[in-house]
Design a protein around this ligand. Structure first.
Ligand code: OSB
Ligand code: MG
Length: 368
């Protein structure tokens, strides 16, 4: 594959409502898109880094910087480039997995579009639609939370995830159980807001029959998660801590992860995400597809990944309308609680030119 150039494009998308987590409140999504242009096709990669380094150490400006300063020049100097060569070519540069993932995804998309093959086919999808959950932010009152959850259940979401933090944990879970019953698939996500010293408080969630508790402790606290898993009955799921197939294998071995949230951006791309799926499947550990408030471009690839056989729990693969009034692509729409897996070449979706133009705040063309 011969690269002609790469575009870095910044896009700003207002959210339908503020999204509050234990690490901050988002009101708009500030996105970096990577567009790879080859002789045969173009490919898109959406960088999932957020504006500020609060979910992880990566942030949008840093991703753009490392791409233009190190990653893109290295790729330009790589002979016989294809998507599987991207990871090894970029390996000398440490970290920056979200930036690397965006670049690898764009190359893979260009390659698959040129070959007329879909992400789903390439990754090994076995379903033509995936069951969807929704991530519900921290609210200022239980009433507001119950209204939001009621709305999502009415739309057909098959699983509810509540964001929690100290002071907003048992009460929202109890309120949702009391209002909507024990049959609702329910889980919580703390985004690392607790320490193992909070085990007694977290054990108070045990009676509510949660599917899992996601990343209760610091991303580096693998042993703490293993210890916590012995003190509570809710299964412990890791998000932030899982940065590669290797860290997934170690976390499973240490008893720190009964379930794994797979986010391709966090782990360096869809190829590493599939390796995590494979490691987890070999250990009988269920996985599900996380989300990072993606536009339709990132969402399309996530939905393809979520159709692999080991993704046995509903993902944070919500419809476009969960976050955006107007998506960059044709919107992903919930049908019976599911999203259809795209079947067209590559991601199977394109940005709508006028919408993309209107949302763009800056572009930079790097000729190769
Ligand atoms: O921890 O899963 C998370 C969004 C941004 C950063 C981290 C997380 C999230 C979500 C929302 O929970 C997932 C989504 O619906 O895209
Ligand atoms: Mg999470």
């Amino acid at each position: 594959m011969k690269l002609e150039g790469i575009e870095l494009r910044r896009v700003s998308m207002p959210l339908v409502s503020p999204f509050r987590t234990s690490f901050g409140t988002e009101t708009a999504r500030d996105i970096l898109l990577v567009r790879v242009v080859t002789g045969a096709a173009e490919g898109w990669g959406e960088c999932v880094a957020m504006t500020d380094p609060r979910y992880s150490s990566e942030y949008t400006e840093a991703a753009a910087d490392v791409l233009r300063r190190y990653l893109i020049p290295r790729l330009a100097a790589t002979p016989r480039l294809d998507a599987y060569a991207v990871g090894p070519a970029l390996a000398p540069f440490r970290g920056h997995r979200m930036a690397k993932a965006a670049l690898e995804t764009a190359v893979l998309d260009a390659e698959l579009r040129a070959q007329g093959r879909s992400f789903a086919r390439e990754l090994g999808a076995v379903h033509d639609r995936v069951p969807c959950g929704v991530s519900v932010g921290i609210m200022s009152s239980l009433r507001e939370l119950l209204d939001a959850v009621g709305g999502y259940l009415a739309e057909g979401y098959l699983r509810i995830k509540l964001k929690i933090e100290p002071g907003w944990d048992v009460a929202p879970v109890r309120a949702v159980r009391e209002r909507f019953g024990d049959d609702v698939l329910l889980q919580v996500d703390a985004n690392a807001a607790y320490t193992v010293a909070d085990a007694r408080q977290l054990a108070r969630l045990d009676p509510f029959g949660l599917l899992l508790i996601e990343q209760p402790l610091d991303e580096e606290d693998i042993l703490g998660h293993a210890e916590l898993a012995r003190l509570i009955t809710t299964p412990v799921c890791l998000d932030e801590s899982i940065t590669s197939a290797r860290t997934a294998a170690a976390a499973i071995r240490l008893g720190a992860a009964a379930i794994v949230n797979v986010k391709p951006g966090r782990v360096g791309g869809y190829l590493e995400a599939r390796r995590i799926h494979d490691v987890c499947a070999a250990h009988g550990v269920p996985v599900w597809c996380g989300g990072m408030l993606e536009t339709g471009l990132g969402r399309a690839a996530n939905v393809a990944l979520a159709a692999l056989p080991g993704f046995t729990l509903p993902g944070d693969t919500s419809a476009s309308g969960r976050y955006f009034h107007t998506d960059l692509t044709e919107p992903f729409v919930l049908r019976d609680g599911h999203l259809a897996v795209p079947t067209g070449p590559g991601l199977g979706v394109e940005p709508v030119p006028e919408i993309l133009r209107a949302a763009t705040t800056a572009t930079e063309w790097i000729a190769l």
